[in-house]
Design a protein around this ligand. Structure first.
Ligand code: UD1
Ligand code: MG
Length: 450
């Protein structure tokens, strides 16, 4: 069955009290709506449609950065959830598959739950995701007759008796595109809010003799974000879930509660993560690698058996090959570090490539930025870069070449050559003692004068 996802993200999020559209607030290092996008992606949709409204341009930009193929429609005025889905009509017309409506502010729905909805679609025309609410509050209520969903009653329109129902609407719905569009056309706005309710499609479907049912999920999955305290609570929930998943997938976390994850952090089997490590967006760590304490990684790939940290920083484009070592106070940006290479102490390697088994000495800097442009440094395999080498890019160092400590490299170094560039050292016998005596005498004279 081909799927079109429609993600609703037009709302302002007034209660966030923010200039930033609600769905752009970060959760797990990604904009809020990206979580619904990731869950929806598990259905392998043919089309993904995002409905924007408030902050449309910013939301569209963020969405295209995540998925260049995403289709975006704008809902200029927020007249209700049914009206929002209808904005996608031109894209859904003639689509021979199912439409799944997700909310951009509801990040925790699991792929398995969407799968269960897809299965229920085999026997029902309209499928709604519901949950038993501990406190049903203002949620829409699901009126069931056995396994059949009769209608959804919005809180504002519900009678006191209907408000006693605790089985609630998550908002997520699934139907064929043809059914969805036909039903949406009939939705009116004659209700307490004066809005076009997506929830009305259930009663309309039933009136036409179509079948509707609800799939149940855990309330935690349907948690929506409306306020900053809710966002903070959601971050804690996201982190707890990510830690548990990592542990279950075979990663060792020595102090799980101190490790910070992002949406899409991927840690392989038998990876060991020491305390106080932060994974920003886009990190993959391969099997058996060790991330030592107090390291910060984003946009980085760490190969099998590599060791990173303690106190290392991997920035976007850091490609650490198998068995390489990145040590304390080392920063790597947009650079490949070859297999078994070592950058162990106090170095900056940026816009560079370092060949296999090369050793980068303490305090080495790739001087990649001239104040206007960035330049590359290419270092071959089995090379030895002496401590405190400054590599003034663009520059190349050949295989098995060597630089002497303190060298400022301003020209290419051929394979197997040694580069040494530093002032010659002089030794003056007895001069230190003379200098000390002179300085002490000057200090004594100054104190006497006070
Ligand atoms: C909705 C459901 C309610 C359900 C609840 C679950 C309706 C009528 N009600 O209510 O049954 O229990 O969600 O959280 O659907 N949006 C748009 N354009 C609009 C209106 C909303 O894009 O014109 C988006 C919002 O940005 C949000 C989502 O749709 O992502 C839900 O809208 P919201 O206003 O939060 O609906 P609720 O009143 O919470
Ligand atoms: Mg809501």
């Amino acid at each position: 069955m081909s799927i079109a996802l429609v993600i609703l993200a037009a709302g302002q999020g007034t209660r966030m009290n923010s200039d930033l559209p609600k769905v752009l607030h970060p959760l797990g290092g990604a904009p809020l709506f990206a979580h619904a996008l990731a869950t929806g992606a598990s259905l392998e949709p043919e089309r993904t449609i995002l409905v924007t409204g408030h902050g449309a341009e910013a939301v569209a930009g963020a969405a295209r950065a995540i998925d260049p193929d995403i289709e975006i429609v704008e809902q200029a005025e927020q007249l209700g959830t049914a009206h929002a889905v209808l904005q996608a009509r031109p894209l859904l017309e003639g689509f021979e598959g199912d439409v799944v409506v997700l909310y951009g502010d509801t990040p925790f729905v699991r792929p398995e739950t969407l799968q269960a909805m897809a299965e229920a679609r085999a026997t029902h025309d309209v499928v709604v995701l519901g949950f038993e609410a501990a406190d049903p509050g203002r949620y829409g209520r699901l009126a069931m007759s056995g396994n059949t969903l009769d209608r959804i009653i919005e809180f504002k329109d519900a009678t006191p008796e209907e408000r006693r129902i605790t089985f609630c609407n998550s908002g997520i719905k699934m139907a064929s595109a043809a059914t969805m569009l036909a039903l949406l056309d009939e939705v009116g706005n004659d209700n307490a809010a004066g809005e076009y309710y997506l929830t009305d499609i259930v009663a309309l479907a039933r009136a036409k003799g179509l079948s509707a049912t609800a799939v149940t999920c855990d309330e935690a999955e349907t948690l929506g974000i409306n306020t900053r305290p809710e966002l903070a609570a959601a971050e804690a929930a996201f982190q707890a879930r990510a830690r548990l998943e990592a542990l279950e997938n075979g990663t060792t976390l020595l102090a799980p509660e101190t490790v910070w994850f992002a949406l899409g952090t991927h840690l392989g089997r038998d990876v060991v993560v020491e305390p106080n490590v932060v994974f920003g967006p886009g990190v993959t760590v391969e099997t058996g690698a060790r991330i030592r304490a107090f390291s910060h990684l984003e946009g980085a790939h760490v190969g099998a058996g590599a060791i990173v940290g303690p106190y290392a920083r991997l920035r976007p484009g850091a490609e650490i090959s198998n068995d390489a070592h990145i040590g304390n106070f080392v920063e790597i940006k947009n650079a490949e570090i070859g297999e078994g290479a070592k950058v162990n102490h106090l170095s900056y390697v940026g816009d560079a490539s370092v060949g296999a088994a090369t050793n980068i000495g303490a305090g080495t800097i790739t001087c990649n930025y001239d104040g206007v442009m960035k330049h590359r440094t290419e270092i071959g395999a089995h090379a030895f870069i002496g401590s405190d080498t400054m590599l003034v890019a663009p520059v190349k160092v050949g295989d098995r070449a060597m630089t002497a400590t303190g060298t400022v490299v301003t020209r290419d170094i051929p394979e197997g050559a040694l580069a040494i560039g530093r002032a010659e050292m002089l030794v003056k016998p007895g001069l230190a003692q003379k200098l000390f005596d002179k300085l002490k005498a000057a200090k004594a004279a100054r104190q006497k004068g006070k």
